[in-house]
Design a protein around this ligand. Sequence first.
Ligand code: HEM
Length: 442
Amino acid sequence: MALPPGPRLPPPLQTLRLMARPVPLLERARRQFGDTFTLRATPVGPMVFVSDPESLKTVFAADRVNTIAPGRNLVLAPLLGPDSLLLLEGDRHLGRRRLMLPPFHGERMRAYAEVMRDATLREMDGWRPGRPFRLHSSMQEITLEVIMLAVFGVGRRRREDLRRALLDILAAVRSPVTIGVTMPGVRELPRFRELRRRVAAADAVLAAEIAEHRSDPDLDQRDDILSLLVAARDEHGEGMGDSELRDQLMTLLLAGHETTATALAWAFELLFGRPEAYRRLTAEVRQGDGGEYLDAVIEETLRLRPVVPFVGRKLLKPMTLDGHELPVGANVFCAIYLAHTNPATFPDPYAFMPERFLESPTETYSWIPFGGGTRRCLGATFAQFEMRVVLSSVLERVDLRTAGEGPQPMIRRNVTLAPRDGTPAVVERVLATEREGAPAPT
Ligand code: HEM
């Protein structure tokens, strides 16, 4: 069975481009070959990319029989560990999802609103009118604080050493080239000993947290995520061992903050590029009725800048996609970025127009920033809720303007697509503040 056609660049070059600047490569391939094409990357092999809604539906609907494509294991396993939810398969994956989902939904999740708002206000205390700063770094501080408090418990000792270790790990794997550190062989090189040391430092704190939670006689009174995971039992009455808990914590901490921080930085970036949208959102937030438009801004941000550009599955059954018969073992990638810039689904796809989501709601297989099927992002609702709280907390209190030099290109940072210069901004005016020590209103 022949795979769909694709560019004839040598595979090492395709690999580098896919790691460093995936969007131009994907766009060019779509222009040349249509919605469905094959890229060849080492060491994954042929990667079939699809992006039409029908194919996406077929792939995600078959998730019970698909497995994850090998790239995810290669890149993430050394950091997250083999028991990470992101890497589990089949019934074990579904069972663990059931155990881990509740804190990210409903009342439990809404209880984090105050934590999210407070973390935003604390970070804003460091913003000085007229002094430029990078919104991406600020957003990263906020989302890391939020996920750590959600995971380990509000009001508990700040885990400064863990915070530093996690930021160190992310800094060490930031550049697309160093994604290679996570690959077998390469990661044994002495140069990457430092990264292993940082992971060991984070592991030591996680182990201490797990031990402390396990020995707490009042565990059932606590509602932080680690307490719920320590107490959770599967259908055989089995709980998670220490090493699995470590992997799940590392997964939530790393998957749960860099992605959301990047999406928030993009939201500001896109709003700066369309002042009338910025003005409308700010006015609505300050009048206390920003709900619908705020949600539309978030949806449109995740459409046009979908932090994770593609997700992959390996087929365990033959499948016909966009007229191509694909064999068992084929690696199929749902090209989120291409699905979101398909003009048949989103007219004028490169324009930032939140209004489009006011007119028609998101469609399950056209708007897929969180992937889909049984592997859809566990934190999707949490992330959108956090974006809502952080954006409104900022826009209520300050007038911001860009301090950058025009629109920011998308670059690969860790596994996300981030604004190249980190969205430089400057506070023009502080409107009101309820916090002590914050700059007085001007
Ligand atoms: C804007 C922010 C976020 C984006 C764009 C995002 C995106 C994604 C994507 C694309 C996937 C893969 C889905 C697939 O393979 O179909 C995923 C999986 C996952 N995400 Fe997120 N994510 C975000 C925030 C979060 C947060 C806040 C958490 C946790 C607190 C989280 C935890 C996870 C986990 C545990 C998985 C694995 C799910 C599974 O395999 O069953 N993510 N995310």
